[in-house]
Design a protein around this ligand. Structure first.
Ligand code: COI
Length: 374
């Protein structure tokens, strides 16, 4: 094993049988159900470092049944996207933020560190190999899923001594089957996603595994996702957190005759995933003339009060997978609903027409990368 993960060591083996590309139709292309023909992989061993990375035909991986990931959930991942512009060029969206977050999640799980720029170069090479998969239709992209797992076959709960890093690609449209139409959220006050001192601010698989059951219950209430509200003892309603796969934003008009518009999102206090789209929306909205952006604790009582007095103007979630997802209502345990009135155009508003500025989320896209690889 050479000790560092290095782009110059990358070995490419092309698949002999390429799949037929799916039709890009939001109603049939289910998020995360179709994968491209190749994957990137590398393995790591304590004392030896990283193997030469390789791009190979997509295939199953073989693990010892005692591999740490299978018993203790030693796994972290990222979600990134590559887009094809109208100019035919490929662009990644703020990929350095994903590399930083992957390294941070890996450190939390004692998974190995890696050279972030070298991994990014390897991912770009994978995208070059799969360039024909990148859609040019608006709203579609290729979702990139870097994943790291602890593979050491050992049942003792101990630091990782062997690991595997792999990256798969999936052509995607909207995350929710309803597309970018506003969704309903269920206000979840019994199960928590994150807690002080926990790992809610890391992108690790375990954080998502435990959200599936609450989400299933929410779907029985007619809701697409849950909004986690933590009972912190500070208010009756509890502290607003995030949704299963999204950071949350609330546009509230403050009280008083000339109440200012405030875009509120919970702060990065250890309970919230530092989302790339979250950060982008904050930076973008800071450029709006008429909106104050606040990263501050938000209690559900305030959301309810704002709704009762007609001051709750928008609620939306952000995430790489879901992009910017408008929310139409918040359903409480007693089945009462908080309706959010002016949200039908939220996606258009935030994505394409920020008032007072000439730029959109696209302005955060990195420069196109060269299609000439190796
Ligand atoms: C993402 O937005 O990239 C995520 O990882 C969320 C996941 C639940 C699809």
């Amino acid at each position: 094993f050479p000790s560092n993960l290095r782009y110059e060591d990358l070995v490419i083996t092309r698949s002999k049988s390429l799949q037929v590309k799916p039709r890009l139709d939001a109603s049939t292309l289910k998020f995360g159900a179709v994968y491209t023909d190749h994957m990137l992989q590398a393995s790591w061993k304590d004392g030896l470092g990283w193997s030469a990375p390789s791009i190979d035909p997509l295939g199953s991986i073989s693990l010892h049944p005692c591999a740490q990931v299978l018993h203790y959930g030693v796994e972290c991942f990222e979600g990134m996207k590559v887009y094809k512009g109208k100019d035919g060029q490929l662009r990644l969206f703020r990929p350095e933020m994903n590399m930083d977050r992957l390294a941070r999640s890996a450190a939390r799980l004692t998974l190995p560190q890696f050279d972030k720029l070298e991994l990014l170069e390897c991912i770009k090479e994978l995208v070059r190999v799969e360039r024909d998969w990148v859609p040019d239709e608006e709203g579609f992209s290729v979702y990139i899923r870097p994943t790291m797992i602890g593979t050491h076959p050992f049942l003792g709960v101990s630091p990782t001594r062997e690991a595997m890093l792999y990256v798969i690609l999936s052509p995607v449209g909207p995350y929710f089957p309803s597309g970018l139409k506003p969704i309903k959220l269920y206000v979840e006050t019994e199960n928590v996603r994150a807690f002080p001192g926990g790992v809610g601010d890391n992108k690790i698989g375990g954080n998502y595994a435990t959200t599936i059951l609450p989400q299933l219950r929410a779907s029985h209430m007619g809701c697409s996702q849950v909004l986690y509200v933590l009972q912190d003892g500070m208010s009756e309603g509890g502290l607003v957190g995030e949704s299963g796969s999204m950071n949350m934003f609330f546009l509230i008009r403050q009280e008083g005759e000339d109440g200012e518009l405030e875009l509120v999102t919970p702060p990065l206090d250890g309970l919230i995933l530092p989302g790339v789209t979250r950060d982008t929306v904050i930076k973008l909205a800071q450029g709006f003339r008429d909106i104050k952006v606040s990263e501050r604790p938000l209690h559900f009582d305030e959301v309810e009060r704002a709704s009762e007095t007609g001051r709750l103007l928008e609620v939306f979630g952000t995430g790489t997978a879901c992009m910017i997802q408008p929310v139409m209502s918040l359903t409480k345990k007693d089945h009462t609903e908080i309706k959010i009135p002016f949200n039908a155009d939220a996606a258009k508003y935030w994505l394409a027409k920020p008032p007072g500025t000439g730029f959109t989320l696209n302005s955060f896209m990195e420069e196109p990368f060269s299609l000439c690889g190796r």
